[in-house]
Write a protein that binds this ligand. Structure first.
Ligand SMILES: [Zn+2]
Length: 323
């Protein structure tokens, strides 16, 4: 049976560390490194372009064909082999000869549930528009909340400076949300959700070190914001594997075998043999399998900036096809 050409897969992620994916603007000396936000709602997001680069890198590490990570320029060119699942999935560059586009597009990771402390302990806040993409239609008053069963005993909900009254009725959450989070979920209006999120982001202060002297530089303190631990985000990945030339995804259950060899001039060279290395531990039968394998490594390797400071690990908690 052949795998589908077109497929939309939704991935649910949970942050295990604070995650900082910055806007690229550095303003040392003030509130400095802000994270990327959605233009309309001002809610933080992780851009698909950042995710795509990380997922490609991790998939190439998993497959042990490290040259196929990265941008593929110059010395570190991609292997460009039609039998390489990484190059097939993400595409490759071939200098002036053009290249080959990939077969997946990776969307932005958007907030679904945001953790915040309340008088009732930790709760996870969501909103009607955050749930709409899951085909869950709910309403809630502007200054009220609906709460999950685990919070039913608390008459009010105090989210820091916000005291919100409870409304009758429950609300659904996507199946893949962990049960302990579902039990402590709170539905607030879109406006309150945005306020809660933006006033509860992690803000940290760090010292900037001069790399030449190893000493703290002048105006050395800088602050940066980050998504906190235990936030839930989701993203869609579209696989569109229609290939006019009849390319076929190179199904593999083994990693790439990389051997050291020499070329005609005696210079060191590496030989890449696909589907010939150590067992992968799973079978990659379509590009989405490569994406999933890469995304799983984000739990150990982390995404975004501040990677050296215990930042950026995200756990894939589930994925399913969107029909
Ligand atoms: Zn490759």
């Amino acid at each position: 049976m052949s795998e589908p050409i077109y497929r939309q897969q939704r991935f649910l992620l949970m942050t295990l560390d604070p995650v900082h994916v910055g806007t690229g603007g550095y303003r040392l000396g003030r509130v400095d490194l802000s994270i990327v936000r959605e233009p309309g709602t001002r809610l933080p997001k992780i851009p698909g372009t950042s995710l795509s680069g990380a997922i490609r890198q991790f998939a190439a590490m998993r497959y042990e064909s490290r040259r196929c990570a990265g941008m593929g320029e110059g010395e570190k060119s991609h292997c460009r082999d039609g039998k390489c699942p990484v190059c097939y999935t993400f595409g490759y560059i071939r200098g002036s000869e053009g290249g080959q586009s990939g077969t997946v597009s990776i969307g932005d990771a958007r907030l679904l549930l945001f953790p915040v402390y309340s008088m009732a302990g930790p709760v996870w806040v969501t909103s009607p528009s955050a749930l709409r993409d899951f085909a869950i239609e709910v309403k809630v008053g502007d200054d009220a909340v609906k709460v999950a069963s685990g919070l039913a005993n608390h008459p009010h909900l105090n989210l820091g400076w916000l005291m919100l009254k409870k409304e009758e009725g429950g609300f659904d959450l996507p199946d893949a949300v962990p049960a302990e989070i579902k039990a402590r979920a709170v539905l607030a209006s879109d406006k309150v959700f945005s306020q809660v999120v933006n006033s509860n982001l992690e803000v940290r202060t760090s010292v900037s070190i001069n790399p030449e002297t190893g000493a703290a530089s002048d105006k050395a303190l800088f602050t940066y914001e980050a998504l906190p631990r235990a936030a839930l985000l989701w993203l869609d990945v579209i696989q569109d594997d229609f290939q006019p030339g009849g390319r076929v995804f190179p199904i593999t259950d083994k990693k790439c075998k990389v051997e050291k060899t020499t070329d005609e001039t005696g210079a060191d060279k590496k030989r890449y043999t696909h589907n010939a290395g150590e067992p992968l531990g799973e079978t990659w039968s379509m590009p989405l399998n490569v994406v999933r394998a890469g995304l799983r490594l984000a739990e150990h390797l982390g995404i975004g900036g501040m990677g050296t400071r215990g930042f950026g690990r995200v756990r894939l908690t589930g994925d399913w096809e969107v029909r």
